[in-house]
Design a protein around this ligand. Structure first.
Ligand SMILES: [Zn+2]
Length: 101
């Protein structure tokens, strides 16, 4: 996956378009990531026991990475990611400034 945990990303599609956030978790199988403070859904938690109150819980939903752009930590711009291989290691490269991410 091009986006990793800890990356800063910009949302470019959907209702959260224009928001920025940090990737908290990746779901590589689904090509989705969880972003801090983005795509918050309110869900109602039912009381488990009698006498308990139901609660409204805010849960962040994962977003498909096709809706995101990585923000390059070097130049601070939203960018596409390229790859550069150095021997066996593959590193990510910013397409805008050429810096390694
Ligand atoms: Zn850059």
């Amino acid at each position: 996956m091009k986006i990793r945990k800890g990356d800063q990303v910009l949302i470019i599609k959907g209702k959260d378009r224009g928001k920025k956030g940090k990737v908290l978790r990746g779901f590589p199988k689904e090509d989705r990531v969880l972003i801090e403070g983005v795509n918050i859904k309110k869900t109602h938690k039912r009381p488990k026991k009698e006498g308990e109150k139901g609660q409204v819980v805010e849960v962040a939903g994962p977003i498909p990475i096709s809706k995101l752009k990585l923000i390059c930590p070097k130049c601070g711009k939203p960018t596409r990611v390229g790859y550069k291989s150095r021997g066996k290691e593959k590193s990510r490269v910013c397409k805008k400034c050429g810096g390694e991410i």
